[in-house]
Design a protein around this ligand. Structure first.
Ligand code: SAH
Ligand code: SF4
Length: 437
């Protein structure tokens, strides 16, 4: 505003229109002078993400594919709960370099880091839409009381469980988390960052004063190095369980916060009582307090590039029971959006294939066996620590050029070279949509 010769408070006015009123059309920002409105419509964009596809599941889950300004595709999911709460599941990278064999995003490869704006926007768009719905449901009664019609809708939780590895885009995730708490009033404890186990950045976030006290979830899936490295190559890259588990113990002891361990049950691989016992002894061996660990189990979502199949329901029960017998709390999670490819990376990979091969339709037929996928439910608790709305101005402009790969930190040249090799490898496999067009 100042560079354009306008007073500073104009920035706050624009911000209020967008954040408080949900208005992004500058023509409707009536308290701004005409010259400023003309400048804004010519030189600014209220958001950088464009909806490329949207699907709504029978269970109410909404899955979106957004096209970024440079053509990259990312995904966000909105999951409603009966009490009017909503959880947004968002992406932190376009693609992912970690190469977990069962993951649609991993199979796609890494394209680029998302900017802090792109991460924040995914949350802000859902929050704005829910806010608008809420406004429509409210009216003032004769006595001046605000009455709510129907359910109160609000975005209450955010999970970083969409595409990408958030701790491999550490700097932008920290910025985005700060904006989500400050601008949208979503408490840090309602934000879950899920990681495959980028150990140096788990260590970093344990004491990072810039990272709000989010919940940490770790995708463990296997409790032995051999099995884990086969499914999640990142296990080997970051020194195996011998590095990961002590980092988690330190995290718990230093922050006093519980962690979530994620476990996708694959038929005949990690879904029996023995696997559950191995997990319990892993937790004990590395001295993690059992009451500070919570395990989320979910049947695998089948993906095209992986042969494994989801476990049977009775195995879920055995796994959960065995863990509980060993004093570890465990929640079997419901798969959401099973009819709409709501699993991480599923929709984007379909759209990419459609655009590449000009298939007639990418919308899977409901109930088709091939489209049975889902996403994690969040592990929201009932505590209500919603931060007071604290509106702050930020100057995060989208700048793809300066978005260099500087995370994670590597302890040796060999690690760095290995990461560079993997990034180059997966970049070569990523379909660039703008090139196709
Ligand atoms: N990169 C982060 C966050 C995104 S993935 C991570 O790996 O934790 C979010 C969760 O979905 C992770 O626990 C991941 O292991 C899990 N996931 C990925 N593909 C899956 C599949 N096909 N079935 C079940 N869970 C899957
Ligand atoms: Fe990346 Fe997570 Fe998928 Fe692994 S599971 S490839 S870390 S998005």
């Amino acid at each position: 505003m100042v560079a354009w010769g306008h007073p500073k408070y104009r920035a706050q006015q624009v911000y209020n229109w967008i954040r408080q009123q949900g208005v992004t059309d500058v023509a409707l920002m009536t308290n701004l002078p005409q010259t400023l409105r003309a400048q804004l419509s010519e030189f600014s964009k209220p958001r950088s993400l464009e909806i490329a596809a949207e699907m709504v599941s029978k269970d109410g889950t909404i899955k979106r594919a957004y096209r970024c300004a440079d053509g990259q595709m990312i995904e966000s999911v909105l999951m409603p709960y009966k009490d009017g709460r909503y959880t947004a599941c968002i992406s932190s990278q376009a693609g992912c370099a970690q190469g977990c064999v069962f993951c649609a995003t991993g199979q796609m490869g890494f394209a680029r880091q998302l900017t802090a704006d792109e991460i924040f926007e995914q949350v802000a768009i859902f929050a704005n839409e829910l806010q608008q719905q809420k406004d429509q449901q409210q009216y003032i009664d004769a006595g001046g009381q605000e009455i709510q019609h129907g359910r109160a809708t609000r975005l209450s939780n955010v999970v970083f469980m969409g595409m990408g590895e958030p701790l491999a885009n550490y700097r932008n995730v920290v910025k985005a988390v700060n904006r989500i708490t400050n601008d949208l009033g979503i408490g840090a404890r309602k934000i879950t960052v899920s990681t495959v186990g980028i150990v140096p950045n788990i260590v970093k976030l344990t004491t990072d004063p810039d990272m709000p006290p989010i919940r940490l979830a770790v995708s463990l899936h296997c409790a032995s190095d051999k099995e884990r490295s086969d499914l999640l190559p990142a296990n080997r890259r970051y020194g195996g369980l011998d590095e990961l588990m002590p980092a988690l113990r330190d995290y718990i002891e230093t922050t006093g916060r519980r962690i979530t361990l994620e476990w996708a049950l694959i038929q005949g691989e990690n879904d029996n009582a023995d696997s559950a016992r191995t997990l319990a002894s892993l937790v004990q061996r590395y001295g993690l307090r059992r009451d500070m660990v919570h395990v989320n189990v979910i049947p695998l979502n089948p993906t095209g590039g992986f042969e494994g199949t989801p476990t049977q329901r009775q195995n879920v029960n055995v796994f959960v029971k065995t863990l509980e017998e060993h004093g570890i709390a465990c929640t079997p999670r419901v798969r959401r959006g099973i009819d709409i490819d709501a699993g991480c990376g599923q929709l984007t990979s379909k759209i990419q294939k459609k655009e590449a091969h000009e298939l007639q339709s990418f919308i899977p037929s409901i109930n088709s066996a091939s489209s049975i996928v889902g996403v994690y439910e969040d592990d929201a608790t009932v505590d209500d620590d919603d931060a007071a709305h604290n509106f702050v101005l930020h100057s995060n402009s989208v700048d793809f050029e300066s978005d260099e790969w500087d995370d994670p930190t590597f302890s040796s040249d060999a690690d760095e070279q290995e990461a560079a090799r993997i990034i180059a490898l997966v970049q070569g496999t990523t379909i660039k949509l703008d090139e196709l067009e």
